[in-house]
Design a protein around this ligand. Structure first.
Ligand SMILES: Cc1ncc(COP(=O)(O)O)c(C=O)c1O
Length: 465
């Protein structure tokens, strides 16, 4: 086949795929076939490779399916997906303006827009490959602001940072990467709903010995509970102790897009830096994360300066590579720019509000069912935490709790085996919870009803409690 014919074939396949799952005509995950993967991948000829590629979409987990509730991403925003195709085929690195005048400008415009939503209009930011990376980058800038010489001389003193017990594990990874050390990540207690307790934060900062406290990582939308830390109180504590305040809003920052719901993030404007994953609640294809800073200049001073002269022939302010840890940079700004333009402020607000209404509906449905127990459903969260619990009074002893936990894991395993839905489970203070996330605007209340009915059905079959 000629290249052009191959491309036409590929786009036909892609269109069929998108059509298939948006109309719910396929499973989210097809486990019968997964055992065949190894065998299939050992096929040899180039024709085999094309055939395998054809099966790739069918055999993979379909994150764009209306019943994919598993992760903190899902659904496909078509404008962003199509823009992604264009940027991939163009294949330039958005490091220098010379190589990528359009994608550089698109990224700048998109970042500026996101800074505006965050109340950081005078700040700076960039697109990075993931929320974990964004958290790490914020820590790097905070570290180097405190210890300017550290960039050259290396880290010679013990630094301490504070995150809640429900914060994302990427803070520890970042502390490891930056030479701060995971032991120096101090975990602050959370309340029953997963929010950082400000009094405990203050006490831990005051009692910290043997190192210099420098950074608080608050979370707006914890991974499991969906909790928003009390940002106003935390900001006061950060000011009092002169600490850098970072907010990990990987998922929760998208509330800023809704004029009705953004008040839930009060205090966020006090943050020195903010992580915001456009590939989570905004539906931009993975990866598209933002690291935003309230003040300009920190990114360049933290990382810039050692770049070779082979790349930046005509250095300009617009060369994003001068303040990035990456040299080659995907043109992720193109898809974000496109989404912002196509949906517009109103479309983005409606998107967020609809997703939140799905989570609220799911919470209400769970509450109606005697055998289901809602453990957490924050009004501002895109997911809920619940469990199948046929006999609530009995879940109190350790043995019963263990059985109940096993039952819920089993239910989830069956859900995965059947493949019609996909939702994750996690543990909150020892209790296993089912945690569906609602991030696909194609999902309807009827889809949620189906999921709930399926869990009730499986629970009835599997419960021996
Ligand atoms: C609160 C929070 N922060 C950070 C991350 C990491 O984001 P990413 O998966 O884009 O690295 C996640 C991932 O789910 C998250 O839930």
């Amino acid at each position: 086949m000629k290249n052009r014919d191959r491309l036409m074939w590929a786009f036909g396949e892609i269109a069929n795929y998108v059509d298939l799952f948006s109309k719910q005509k396929c499973k989210v995950i097809d486990h019968q076939k997964s055992g065949e993967i190894q065998k299939m991948l050992s096929l040899q000829s180039s024709e085999d490779a094309w055939k395998i590629l054809k099966s790739y979409l069918q055999m993979s987990v379909k994150s764009g399916h209306r019943h994919f509730f598993n992760q903190l991403y899902g659904g496909l925003e078509m404008s962003a997906l199509i823009a992604e195709f264009f940027s991939i085929v163009n294949n330039v690195s958005t490091a220098t303006y010379e190589m990528s005048p359009l994608s550089t400008q698109m990224e700048r415009i998109a970042v500026q827009k996101m800074l505006g939503f965050a109340g950081m209009k005078r700040g700076e930011g960039m697109i990075v490959p993931g929320g974990s990376y964004a958290n790490m980058f914020s820590m790097l800038v905070a570290r180097n602001r405190l210890l300017a010489k550290c960039k050259g001389a290396g880290l010679r003193q013990r630094l301490l940072l504070f995150v809640s017990a429900s914060a994302h594990y990427s803070f520890e990874r970042a502390a490891n990467t930056l030479g701060i050390g995971t032991n120096n990540v101090i975990k602050v207690a959370t309340d029953d709903e997963g929010r950082m307790i400000p009094e405990d934060l203050n006490e831990k900062i005051e009692k910290a010995r043997g190192g210099t406290a420098f950074y608080i990582g608050a979370t707006a939308g914890t991974t499991v509970e969906g909790a928003i830390d009390p940002l106003i109180e935390i900001a006061k504590i950060a000011r009092k102790h002169r600490l850098w305040l970072h907010v990990d809003g990987a998922i929760g920052a998208s509330l800023l897009l809704s004029p009705k719901r953004k008040k839930e993030l009060q205090g966020i404007a006090s943050a020195d830096s903010l992580t915001w994953d456009a590939h989570k609640a905004m539906g931009v294809p993975l990866t598209c994360s933002l690291i935003l800073f309230k003040k300009k200049g920190g990114m360049r001073s933290a990382v810039g300066g050692s770049e070779g002269d082979y790349l930046f022939h005509h250095p300009r302010q617009d060369d994003i590579g001068t303040h990035s840890l990456q040299c080659g940079r995907r043109a992720d700004g193109v898809k974000l720019w496109m989404l912002l333009k196509v949906l517009g402020e109103r479309g983005l607000a409606l998107r967020v509000e609809y997703l939140l209404s799905l989570a609220a509906y799911a919470a209400a449905r769970v509450k109606q069912e005697q055998k289901l127990q809602l453990l957490l459903a924050h009004e501002h969260a895109f997911g809920i935490c619940f469990r199948y619990n046929p006999n609530r009074s009995e879940s109190k002893t350790a043995r019963k709790l263990k059985q109940l936990n096993q039952l819920n894991i089993q239910i989830r395993e069956e859900v995965v085996k059947e493949g019609k839905f996909l939702l994750n489970y996690a543990s909150i203070k020892g209790s296993v919870v089912l945690r569906p996330m609602f991030l696909n605007p194609l999902t309807t209340k009827a889809d949620i009803d189906e999921m709930i009915d399926k869990i009730l059905d499986l629970g009835r079959k599997l419960a021996k409690i």
